[in-house]
Design a protein around this ligand. Structure first.
Ligand code: F6P
Ligand code: MN
Length: 326
């Protein structure tokens, strides 16, 4: 089986980018080990603090964030990073060529039930003018990403990665510690009969989403004339992995309870990297109003509504948004 290195080389990635990715993945392998130790290592449960997003931090959120931060800062490849768990940009090496944004442990409430969790990251070029602590370099649209990936800590540890030449799936071979290519160039089916949304929030969704989901729920008897199935892992990384593997549509729409906070998911740490992976696999990713990767962030912790997955299904959902505008 092909190793990660050869696939990255074949995709034309520069040497320094390959070395940065390998460094990041070394951190993820350590997280994978810590996560698998679970209660044996006393790493489960919450800390007494909240992150900048107002969420209670799990011990594993803090541990994973520290592992990635330490590894990246020592590497010399990174000028600065931003993390879901850090209030401010973390300055690193003034000569570093790259910026990294990451969600160290997505879906961390799943640690309590030994269910799917993962690390999500994206890599951008660091502008030369940039001072390492300057947040303004992070407000680049997702179209500028040079790489995006997630590592899924499940029954096997898997990596989905793109450098803009397709999305490839790798599996960690724990016998020698390397990621091996297990599916090259995955392609999402354009159509699907599976959707993912937290339906308990239905009464707070905007009108187009209410209409769209009511049509899915109506099944064969409704306007879509087919039955749909629903899945919700409650970790974006798990839901998007399923969508990449067999198609589907994943949604986290805006919520009327908090009009200033447009949606739950973070643009830099969740929406952008997943959008890049989905688009490179032939799918679509939108906020309902525009392509996620074209959103120009105004803040590193900005949130956006998310609609992504199989292209025809996303298009149909977006047509509901169009009709409401008209
Ligand atoms: O990081 C946010 C997150 O945990 C995502 O991974 C996941 O998709 C979502 O929140 C789950 O939200 P909810 O708590 O509404 O199910
Ligand atoms: Mn997350």
């Amino acid at each position: 089986m092909k190793r990660l290195n050869s696939q990255l080389q074949q995709d034309g990635a520069q040497l320094e980018l390959i070395l940065l990715i390998r460094t990041l993945l070394a951190a993820c392998k350590e997280i994978s080990f810590r996560v698998s130790q679970g209660a044996l290592a006393g790493v489960l449960g919450s800390t007494l603090s909240e992150n900048v997003q107002g969420e209670t931090q799990k011990k594993l959120d803090v541990i994973s964030n520290q592992i990635i931060k330490d590894t990246l800062c020592e590497s010399g490849y990174v000028k600065a990073m931003s993390s879901e768990e850090e209030e401010h940009v973390v300055p690193c090496d003034p000569d570093g060529k790259y910026l990294v944004s990451f969600d160290p442990l997505d879906g961390s409430s799943n640690t309590e039930i030994n269910s799917l969790i993962g690390t999500i990251f994206s890599i951008f070029h660091a502008p030369q003018w940039m001072e390492p602590g300057d947040p303004s370099a992070f407000v680049q649209p997702g179209t500028q990403m040079v790489a995006a990936a997630y590592v899924l800590y499940g029954p096997s540890t898997m990596l989905a990665m793109t450098t803009g030449r397709g999305t490839h799936l790798y599996t960690l071979d724990k016998t020698h510690g390397g990621f091996l290519l297990t599916q090259a160039n995955i392609q999402l089916p354009q159509q699907t009969a599976e959707y993912a949304i937290n339906a308990s929030n239905q009464r707070h969704w905007d009108t187009p989403m209410q209409r769209y989901v009511s049509e899915l729920v109506a099944g064969k008897e409704g306007p879509r004339k087919k039955d749909y199935n629903m899945r919700w892992v409650a970790a974006m990384v798990g839901d998007i992995h399923r969508v990449l593997c067999r198609g589907g549509i994943f949604m986290y729409p805006a919520d009327k309870r908090n009009p200033e906070q447009t949606g739950k998911l973070r643009l830099l740490y969740e929406a952008n990297p997943m959008a890049f992976l989905i688009e490179q696999a032939g799918g679509k990713a939108s906020t309902g109003e525009r392509r996620i990767m074209e959103v120009v962030p105004t803040d590193i912790h900005q949130r956006v509504p998310v609609i992504m997955g199989s292209s025809e299904e996303v298009d149909y959902c977006l047509s509901c948004y169009e009709e409401t505008k008209a």
